[in-house]
Design a protein around this ligand. Structure first.
Ligand code: SAM
Length: 214
């Protein structure tokens, strides 16, 4: 997501510790203490402006959610959205790089991982940066519970095809594949900002639910 750098963003994020976790490495292996319950934890890597993760938190109060975003200016929008939604107690944001997940999460900390409209990195020399590259799948497996799942949505056919191959090469089980999510009309689908933009242009949305097999 490209947004002009907002010089006030770091200060804004620091001022909202009720949403933005300030020292996330302190909660590695004990996120239940931060949330004050033992509910399952679902994380989204590449949250963007936060519509999905906030909507999911409001719709599913029995699940804890963490949105992870690299850029402060984008994270600020997600934080504003969470504040507008009344700061749901089951929602937190981390301004960290998804490539560093293991610094913040231990094995079994995460029950499900969402990727939505991840950057496609179309050039093959950039394949390692795709969030469904083998290197990232290995990271996700290291923080998920056994048989944990990745739920991935995208408008990008090339990235989707690549991801299906990457996941199956890794030995994951594809539990659900949709080549036109909105035509399938799932009642519980929460749209992301990118999903609204691309589906309004008539583009099909692809979705896969894939499970690690132990
Ligand atoms: N998920 C949102 C949506 O569907 O509207 C945003 C999609 S946007 C194309 C991808 C987002 O992922 C950007 O905000 C980008 O900064 C973030 N991102 C990319 N790589 C990341 C990484 N390694 N760790 C955390 N966030 C990342």
């Amino acid at each position: 997501m490209r947004l002009r750098n907002n010089p006030n963003a770091p200060q804004f994020l620091d001022a909202h510790p009720e949403i933005v976790v300030q020292n996330p490495e302190n909660y590695r292996g004990r996120w239940n203490e931060l949330f004050g319950n033992d509910h399952p934890l679902h994380i989204e890597v590449g949250t963007g402006k936060g519509q999905f993760v906030t909507g999911m938190a409001l719709a599913n109060p029995e699940v804890n959610y963490i949105g992870i975003e690299l850029f402060d200016s984008v994270m600020m929008k997600a934080c504003e959205k969470a504040l507008d939604a009344g700061s749901p107690s089951n929602l937190r944001l981390l301004r960290v790089n998804g490539a560093d997940l293991e610094k913040y999460f231990a094995k079994n900390d995460v029950d499900r991982l969402y990727l939505n409209f991840s950057d496609p990195w179309p050039k093959s020399r950039h394949a390692k940066r795709r969030l469904t590259h083998e290197g990232f799948l290995k990271l996700y497996e290291a923080v998920l519970v056994d048989n944990g799942e990745i739920h991935f949505k995208t408008d990008n056919r090339g990235l989707f095809e690549y991801s299906l191959i990457s996941m199956t090469d890794y030995g994951m089980k594809l539990k659900l594949v949709s080549l036109d999510l909105h035509a399938d009309n799932p009642a519980d689908n929460i749209m992301t900002e990118y999903e609204e933009k691309f589906s309004a242009k008539g583009q099909p949305i692809y979705r896969v639910e894939a499970q690690f097999i132990t």
